[in-house]
Design a protein around this ligand. Structure first.
Ligand SMILES: [Zn+2]
Length: 366
């Protein structure tokens, strides 16, 4: 069974797309081979796979999906997305092949595809539309994978977007970049992270208690729900598709139950997780996320309050030791600075020797 060969034959894709398909296949293989390793993956308990919808169901669903309005912003809108569960990668490929064939009969093509690993599952994402776009709907097929258990540490690197990710070497490290919107390299970081199979987050500027300026597009507690939600959507559109969100500053906003509820409600509709940076102990973001049923995590340690490399190494070693002795994940946050990235590089071996897996945030969600 070969979706890729079938797609190539059916749609005569360009050389570039054909290369993309080969890459895609390699990515799937890599995901399967490396399940349980590295930075990409996730632990929530594996949800029992829902019964696979029959191909005939899919064929009924696709024509109605084609009648939907075009997908506007790059981030998901639930109404334009069909989600299926499959028991394994082979079955997901069979469903994808059937969907591609049916879409072809309806005059559509696969515009792009993506494979993403999350806590306890992998998702194959196919985007459909007329040749040349725009995207009309997407099909997401999820299958369960074994989550990482045991001692694990996730390292978020905040404030990305101001520096070229290829120049800093951030993507060579087992970290999750969190990207500020409206910066010179915001979109580049997000795209580079996805290409490198890293999780990537939006670093959402939020109102602090002090006078510091959170930057363009910031959310303030005095705004009404519609305004807060609009700013979230615009920031997501600016950085491009991400896996989750954490707050940049936000000591005032995350303490405001109404404001944070609006923000998290918007994230929930997009299937994004939230990491509370805990910039102040009065934050209610975690408890509101739990009430809303949103996948979430909270920061344990800021590793570079003292930005000197040696100090960051010390904090990272402390985090590794905390993880080694904890029956659960540890989440730390540093910033996109050379000294912090060098410190991360320096501690990788220590984490390995200590039996602590360096994981993506998806492995740390409640
Ligand atoms: Zn920040």
């Amino acid at each position: 069974m070969c979706l890729f060969k079938d797609l190539e034959g059916r749609y005569k894709p360009s050389v570039r797309r054909a290369r993309g398909l080969v890459f895609f296949r390699i990515v799937i293989a890599a995901c399967l081979l490396t399940a349980g390793l590295g930075c990409g993956p996730p632990p929530r308990p594996v949800e029992p796979a829902a019964p696979v919808k029959e191909t005939t169901d899919l064929c009924f669903a696709l024509p109605s999906l084609f009648d939907h309005r075009p997908v506007g912003p790059p981030n998901r809108r639930p109404a334009d997305e069909l989600r299926l569960s499959a028991p394994n990668a082979d079955e997901s490929e069979r469903l994808a092949q059937a969907a591609a064939a049916r879409a072809g009969e309806l005059g559509a093509v696969v515009l792009s595809h993506d494979v993403r690993r999350f806590a306890g599952r992998t998702e194959l994402i196919l985007r459909f539309g007329p040749a040349g776009g725009p995207e009309r709907f997407r099909l997401v097929i999820a299958w369960p994978v074994e989550p990482i258990r045991g001692p694990r540490l996730a390292i978020i690197i905040d404030d990305c977007g101001a520096r070229d990710p290829y120049a800093t070497g951030i993507l060579d490290l087992p970290v999750t970049p969190s990207v500020l919107p409206y910066r010179a390299y915001s979109r580049e970081v997000t795209e580079a992270a996805r290409t490198a199979e890293r999780e990537v987050m939006l670093h959402l500027p939020c109102e602090p208690l002090g006078r510091e300026d959170p930057g363009p597009g910031a959310l303030y507690a005095c705004m009404d729900d519609a305004e807060l939600r609009r700013l979230v959507r615009e920031a997501l559109t600016d950085v491009g598709p991400v896996d989750g969100v954490n707050n940049h500053m936000g000591s005032r906003l995350t303490a405001d139950r109404n404001a944070i509820s609006a923000v998290l409600g918007e994230l929930g509709e997009r299937g994004l997780y939230f990491v509370d940076s805990v910039t102040h102990h009065t934050s209610v973001a975690g408890s509101v996320a739990a009430e809303l049923g949103l996948a979430h995590a909270r920061r344990d340690i800021f590793i570079d309050n003292d930005p000197a490399r040696r100090a960051v190494v010390r904090e990272l070693r402390r985090a590794v030791e905390l993880a080694a002795g904890r029956d659960g994940p540890v989440v730390v946050i540093g910033h996109d600075r050379d000294a912090t990235l060098e410190a991360v590089r320096e501690v990788i071996a220590y984490a390995r020797e200590s039996g602590v897996a360096l994981v993506g945030i998806s492995e740390c969600l409640e």
